[in-house]
Design a protein around this ligand. Sequence first.
Ligand code: MN
Length: 386
Amino acid sequence: MKILICGDTHLGRKNFKVDEREKDFENSFTEIIDYALKNCKAVIHAGDLFDTGRPSVRTLLFTIKELKRLKEQNIPVFIIAGSHDISVDESFLNVLDKLGLVIHVSEKKNYTNFGGKIVLKGESFNGLFVAGLYAKDSNIVSALEVLNVEFPKEPCFKIFLFHHIISDISTLFSTIKKSSLPKGFDLYVSGHWHERFETEVYNKKLLYAGSTENWDFREVSGEKKGFFMYDTDNNKYEFIKLKIRDSEIISVECSNKTTDEVKELLLSKIGEGNGKMLFFMLKGRLKSGIKSTLNKQEVYDAAMKKGYLLCKVYDGELENPNEEQVSVKTRSVNEIEGEFFKNKGFSDDELKISLMLLDLLGKDCSNSERDKLVEEAINYSEAAFK
Ligand SMILES: [Mn+2]
């Protein structure tokens, strides 16, 4: 049986403050549904269907319209709640589940907790069994230790779905080790990490399809977005790329130039837009003037006239003429902050906690990620000062 594996569709996302970007995320979703209708018997979604726990009516109407097309062809969508699908009360996925448009496998009814053991039930349909976790990071490590899966008796293809970053991908952002995942499945699928990633666990495939559009600027320079088609009969699979909006990233050396000369240089680099997104990355040290006087608006307007969807000029690495050489490249912000606290007479433990909290303030993260970071800082301070 052919199944389509995707995740992190982030419907409702509108980045770079441009309305068309919201449609871009929708177009990727429509492309996936079109492909699914022609080529597969089931869809597996690894969470972050929506960009927020409270999607707009517009986003909901779009999502329902698209999911109905699959429903009409009897193609089930197995899904778990990603970190962005969770709101203060229940996930909106429960509403879609009640409407019969998705099978929300991480719903509360699929967990029972007794005698210190968590029993995870899954959902079966058309020869597939899918069990999965809610994207909650707090206590995930201890929860996995006591997790038992209630497998069905009849033979079926078993998939485990989760929305956490494993340490194989990043030790900094990971919350779990793949060796803590439950055994006995034929395939493991995860989300949350926005780049495609493939590995193995217990000799079975573990796949991250990544996000289906560029969620922020950091993703623009990454690999092309897409999804997997997986054949459960022979465990062969391929990555299908999506037709997402093109971008141009142009690095510009601005040393010994005035801000006016930089502006002229940028204008000269603007070609035919054809709906692309254009990003200028400035570097070097200006000859005169200060970078805040660079007329970016004129550059943006010129790019729009040439048919670009949007243009951004990033000057974070551009230095003013008389700026003291604070080499951001060799000293991280963390080191600079650390030095400041040390001079104030902080102990090593106080220093570490202060840096954790400062890090937290500057982080653009989801509520669950924030909870985890706060918990880490509290745990550390409890251990240090007990
Ligand atoms: Mn995501």
